[in-house]
Design a protein around this ligand. Structure first.
Ligand code: HEM
Ligand SMILES: *[C@@H]1O[C@H](CO)[C@@H](O)[C@H](O)[C@H]1NC(C)=O
Ligand SMILES: *[C@@H]1O[C@H](CO)[C@@H](O)[C@H](O)[C@H]1NC(C)=O
Length: 332
């Protein structure tokens, strides 16, 4: 008798623990599917459908970045301008009409065709599988790493939009003279902390700005106020009509092809280029963080990684909300 009872007790224990496990797993399943959109993206999204995607992107991008080091900056800004409008959905790759005009917020956006080149390479191995928006995120991620920045893991599984809206883009992208308050409002809406907001601006460790976008740094000359030595330098650099012809550029920091914390060092010494770069070093909300990143590159990289994940996950299309475009610059 006794062994039978024991066996029955054990069976009941097993059944009960199985029920407990099922209910726990069930809860977790419900939680992950109904919480944030980032929950629908995954690090393994293409693990079975296109396991080579990350290496194809890196292989295609490496020679492009080696032959044109300025394209790292271009790709990172391209990503920001895509993600800022309606979530990262490659809509910016559809909208090619007015990017050369200085009145457009997408002024001087470059390297859109690079995403198309990588897409063709990816599609030759995994046809119709990987979205243009995921390729753009991977390319920007690689551009940061290859310039000496943090090596980041990114979530995948975004879908592309069927539409782009140039009016919406111009309304959603920050103006060249954006201040600290507006900047913080933009990025805290994306779920970023103040530290992460200051860190994502560290993207300005790469690339250049056109004179037309920094004129308010030295045009104080006109109203007779004193300029700082750096502003005098900028005025000279942008003199002789370069600011009017849109052709003149100035480096965003001293090391424009290196992803490092030089941007914060420059900014904290009064050598921030754009208004936002300069203001961040004096505004009490951001100045201590600028100082911290200037002292400690690891802190910057850590916060930048968290911020990049949030920038690239907010508001994205997943599942049947979007499509995998065949050509990145045209709807299917
Ligand atoms: C309030 C926020 C921001 C403002 C007001 C701003 C403004 C600007 C402006 C005016 C330029 C110069 C464009 C030109 O004249 O060619 C620029 C360049 C750049 N921005 Fe930003 N930006 C902001 C945030 C960001 C973010 C979040 C990123 C990346 C995630 C980013 C990445 C870049 C890069 C890499 C460049 C250099 C582009 C190149 O050299 O081709 N920016 N930004
Ligand atoms: C584009 O965006 C603008 C500004 O938000 C909006 O008024 C307009 O209706 C949008 N157009 C389309 C076709 O969705
Ligand atoms: C996008 O466009 C394609 C092709 O025109 C269409 O089949 C699809 O239903 C559209 N998807 C969405 C989400 O609008």
């Amino acid at each position: 008798m006794e062994p039978v009872i024991l066996a029955c007790t054990r069976i009941w224990l097993i059944i009960i623990s199985c029920l407990v496990i099922i209910s726990i797993v069930g809860d977790v399943g419900v939680m992950s599917s109904s919480s944030t959109v980032a929950g629908l993206l995954s690090y393994q999204y293409y693990e079975t459908s296109c396991p080579q995607v990350e290496s194809i992107v890196t292989d295609k991008l490496t020679p492009i970045l080696l032959s044109d080091p300025a394209s790292s900056a271009a790709l990172l800004r391209l990503l920001f301008h895509d993600c800022q409008v309606q979530g990262c959905d490659a809509s910016l790759l559809l909208d090619s009409d007015t990017s050369e005009m200085s009145s457009s917020k997408n002024f001087a956006i470059r390297n859109r065709e690079t995403i198309g080149i990588i897409k063709t390479a990816v599609d030759s191995v995994c046809p119709g599988t990987v979205s243009c928006s995921d390729i753009l995120v991977l390319a920007a991620r690689d551009a940061v790493a290859m310039s000496g920045g943090p090596k980041m893991k990114v979530l995948l599984g975004r879908k592309d939009s069927n539409t782009s809206n140039h009016t919406l883009a111009d309304a959603s992208l920050p103006a060249a003279n954006t201040g600290v308050g507006e900047m913080l409002s933009i990025f805290t809406k994306r779920g970023m902390t103040v530290e992460e907001s200051v860190a994502i601006l560290g993207s300005h460790t790469l690339g250049v700005s056109h004179c037309v976008n920094i004129m308010d740094r030295f045009s104080r000359q006109i109203i007779g106020a004193n300029r700082t030595p750096f502003e005098t330098l900028l005025a000279l650099r942008c003199a002789f009509g370069a600011s009017i012809s849109n052709s003149g550029t100035v480096g965003n920091d001293v090391t424009i092809t290196k992803f490092d914390n030089q941007y914060y060092k420059d900014t904290s010494r009064g050598r921030g280029l754009l208004k936002i770069d300069s203001d961040m070093s004096t505004d009490p909300r951001t100045a201590p963080i600028v100082e911290r990143f200037a002292q400690n590159q690891n802190e910057f990289f850590k916060e930048f990684t968290a911020a990049f994940l949030k920038l690239t996950s907010a508001n994205v299309l997943t599942g049947h909300q979007g499509v995998v475009r065949t050509k990145c610059n045209a709807v299917n």
